[in-house]
Design a protein around this ligand. Sequence first.
Ligand code: HDD
Length: 728
Amino acid sequence: MTKRKARIENSQTVNGKSEKLRQFTVEEKDKFITTNHGVRVNDDQNSLRAGERGATLLEDFILREKITHFDHERIPERVVHARGSGAHGIFKLYESQSAITKAGFLNDTSIETPVFVRFSTVAGSRGSTDLARDVRGFAVKFYTQEGNFDLVGNNMPVFFIQDAIKFPDLVHAVKPEPDNEMPQAASAHDTFWDFISLMPESAHMIMWVMSDRALPRSYRMMEGFGVHTFRFINEKGESSFVKFHWKPLLGVHAVAWDEAQTISGKDPDFHRRDLWDAIESGNYPEWELGVQIVPDKDEFKYEFDLLDPTKLIPEELVPVQRIGKMTLNRNPDNFFAETEQAAFHVGHVVPGIDFTNDPLLQGRLFSYTDTQLIRLGGPNFQEIPINRPVVDVRNNQRDGYMRQTINRGKVSYHPNSLGGGFPMQAPASEGGYTSYPERVDARKVRARGRSFFDHFSQARLFFNSQSTPEKNHIADALSFELGKVRTVAIRERMLRILSMIDKGLAADVAFALRIHVPQDTELPVNHSVPADGEPADFDSLTFEQTVSISAALSMSNTTKDSIKTRKVALLAADGVNDESLETVRQALSAAGATVELIAPRLNYILSQRDAQIAVDHSFLTASSVFYDAVYVAGGTNSVATIEADADAIHFLNEAFKHCKAIAAHQSAMQVLEATYFAKKLPVDYEDQTVLREGIVVGEDLAAVAEKFVLAISQHRFWEREKPRKIPA
Ligand code: HDD
């Protein structure tokens, strides 16, 4: 065993990071208030004055200190991904990956590696809504025994641009417009689509962002991707290419766009709350880490370039192997100290993981440290507790703002003799990082390879792989976004681009905008030029595809076998039939759902048997958009009250509109009949349990519950959306 391996094995701890954070964590219970310098404060209500009605004295060091600290409480928000939520957890490996990587945490199945994860939206400010149509950041910091490895990914496997030099342009275009700072957390405006319509390389990513992937039901129900191709290096120094994936065990699910907009108003913290509540209630979110491995020799095997971040590797070509599981099991103690100050960096790698020449990745390697210098205020941000590795940090870097470490001795240089030569360089056998000695023989150029110029094939692959409702959602999203664009020429340019992806899609959007798909307009030129000359027309740059449909790209093929952690609303009022409420509630809870009772007023309702049943929300504070499904309990008086309550009927109509499972006891049929959708559904509600398009009604409560659980597990009945559109 090498010394490096021994070091890793000897230092296994179960969440060693949480233990280390504890030394920085304070509790105030039974303690006196003190100043920042430890002096106990006798009066925290009154400043020191020259007489009861007199001016405040400059000498009041307690007042001065408190106000000064307050005045400096804010730091710059992240320039992108400002809005986010974090959680602690662990990563556990299933099987050693030593054949392909020497990374210690991917070699030893007995190690539990602590992680800190931050999910985010990209465009909005820190206080913006969670439900914006946007990419989600999925950043994971692994505190490994060989230092920190950060996998700074997104919930989409590709990106808008191929070269980091375009990143500031992309972000300037999508952020609120600079003259009036509108709109907040939205891409539906002129500058974004102006830029996109001039950047054909963004076509594939645009398909993802206009799809329901941009509207996750929960952070816990979205995939994560490292996006770039990275390298794995094994002990022998052999390299393979790797793409990283996170696969959520609850499946990949989304909300409807209309629903997202309502949630944004009713609970802009929807995703943050969902993550927090799930962890607090012990429903720990889980993802499997997947890898797609491409042997070094296959670098040029595919019709797309592995270095192009606007391309994915279809799972049909290279399957995703699931190699371990991440569980998030602890909420942060302090949002600012942990989530806000967490500093991620694609350049934080450990031995066994290395970069490729993807030009987007290469630029990111510069950006992330640089941004922390301004955001966290100086070069010692790695000493902030959340950013510290669990292993020792030893080097000759010194000083700078807010330095915490007290380095002893005279020596802060290497080589030295006065310090005995320490700290010393680590050979690879001792875990010293060595870069993959990739052979490079090239001329310096500002140009892209021709292999980067097929912008439409994978956009088409994505679109063709979607189910019909998913395709409709993409067309609707584009119609919405381009409908908010004021400049007609931008709309037309986008339609021309869409027509390169799918003529039907372009026609649908053109119909909604009531303009024609321009046939003869030139496509926007590529502003980048292939290294070997002028770009030819786009058709000649379209390479033949080996995969035309990829099942993994459609959310309709995701896991739909559980209702764990799904939120279900039970509607009832005084006089509710006890069995009709409790049988369904128990069945849902037993299947892992979170069930909440909603009534016209708060506190409690009285059942038929005179039991006081606790109410979680009234119709005033609840909304259908907070739930995945809704059930109407029976009982004559309860049913009559709910039927007469406009908010309850709106609740049901809205749930129907958003394609959710709806159930009712047979005796509550009249409530359903008061909705818009009763007229739309060709359902025969005879005295039997009916499951059609996600609507379950019946007398037999056990059967209703069983079918309802099945319906909720399907997530949504998108098929009913177009043919049975209702006002709500
Ligand atoms: Fe980035 C933050 C993901 C391209 C520059 N990025 C940031 C975060 C995520 C990503 C998840 C938030 C981290 C956190 O929670 O603190 N970024 C990506 C992905 C990209 C990508 C998946 C493409 C594949 N990013 C990208 C480029 C650049 C940046 C090309 C610059 C050249 N990203 C940044 C940044 C941020 C950032 C400005 C803002 C805050 C931060 O880094 O810490 O440096």
